[in-house]
Write a protein that binds this ligand. Structure first.
Ligand code: ARG
Length: 265
């Protein structure tokens, strides 16, 4: 079974907090995260991942509260190459050297973008096509800069500031090209191109998109997603997935959930 051999990078929430605002979800004064609850939610996610894959755990780093969101470390390519992220906001730039060190120590060839690029938060494979999100964090020019390396790319513009990373509104499910999507986060022409490539679409309703339904970790037939997304779960089950809902409230306050907290190695 493929799942057993999959390694997934996660980062302990040792220094997780919400003390700046770089997306509309983050409100440090009015809606702070509760550290103890954040720990419990993260540990439940780590335990769940451990059922289906091998978690690889990084320590958190002081003053880098968003480092828990390892989806933004980089984009893993074939042949053990990785394109390291280059964060748009200076609040997260300090994470780059820590992720670089991890990749180097683990035998990856590390490539460095000049453009802003936020890794597997913005670039996701649907079959063999890289769906490349841009607009809020990643620059459109990133995909031109790495044109040779990436081969088959469609660039899609993100249009809703609440869905500022591609993985907040789109989730490929398998090699057949099934996917979940919140359509209002995209322009119609881009949606059309995604639909041409994809197979079965699970259309996530707005209320559940706002609960981060698309921010799911897919391991084989298992989908780990935030709780409160029953309609999405029913649709996933109807096409043969087993769903594993987890409370993710403390991370949603920072604009992230299950998938943002992971990077498939
Ligand atoms: N607070 C973080 C940020 O704004 C959340 C990152 C969520 N990560 C993701 N892959 N969507 O950068």
């Amino acid at each position: 079974m493929e799942a057993i051999f999959m390694r997934i990078l996660i980062c302990r929430p040792d220094h997780y907090d919400i003390n700046y605002k770089i997306n509309p979800w983050m409100n440090p004064d009015d809606n702070p995260s509760e550290s103890e609850i954040a720990w419990v939610q993260w540990e439940r996610l780590a335990d769940k991942i451990n059922c289906f894959a091998e978690p690889v755990v990084l320590d958190g780093v002081k003053d880098l509260p968003d480092m828990v969101f390892t989806a933004n470390a980089g984009l893993i390519l074939k042949d053990k190459k990785v394109i390291l992220s280059h964060f748009k906001h200076e609040e997260r730039n300090g994470e780059e050297s820590h992720f670089k060190k991890f990749f180097e120590e683990n035998g990856y060839e590390v490539l460095y973008p000049k453009s802003n690029f936020e890794g597997a938060g913005d670039a996701l494979y649907l079959k063999d096509v890289l769906v490349g999100g841009f607009g809020f964090r990643t620059d459109e020019s990133f995909y031109d800069e790495f044109f040779d390396e990436l081969e088959n790319v469609i660039k899609v513009k993100l249009v809703d500031p609440y869905f500022y990373h591609l993985d907040t509104c789109f989730c490929p499910l398998n090699d057949k090209g099934d996917y979940m999507i919140y359509p209002n986060a995209f322009e119609l022409s881009d949606l059309k191109r995604i639909r041409e490539i994809g197979n079965i679409e699970i259309t996530v309703p707005e209320e559940e998109a706002r609960e981060f339904a698309c921010n799911a970790v897919v391991i084989g037939d298992n989908v780990i997603l935030p709780s409160g997304c029953e309609e999405t779960e029913a649709q996933l089950q109807s096409i043969g997935f087993e769903t594993h809902p987890l409370r993710m409230t403390e991370y949603i306050k920072a604009g992230g959930a299950c998938k943002c907290l992971t990077l498939k190695l």
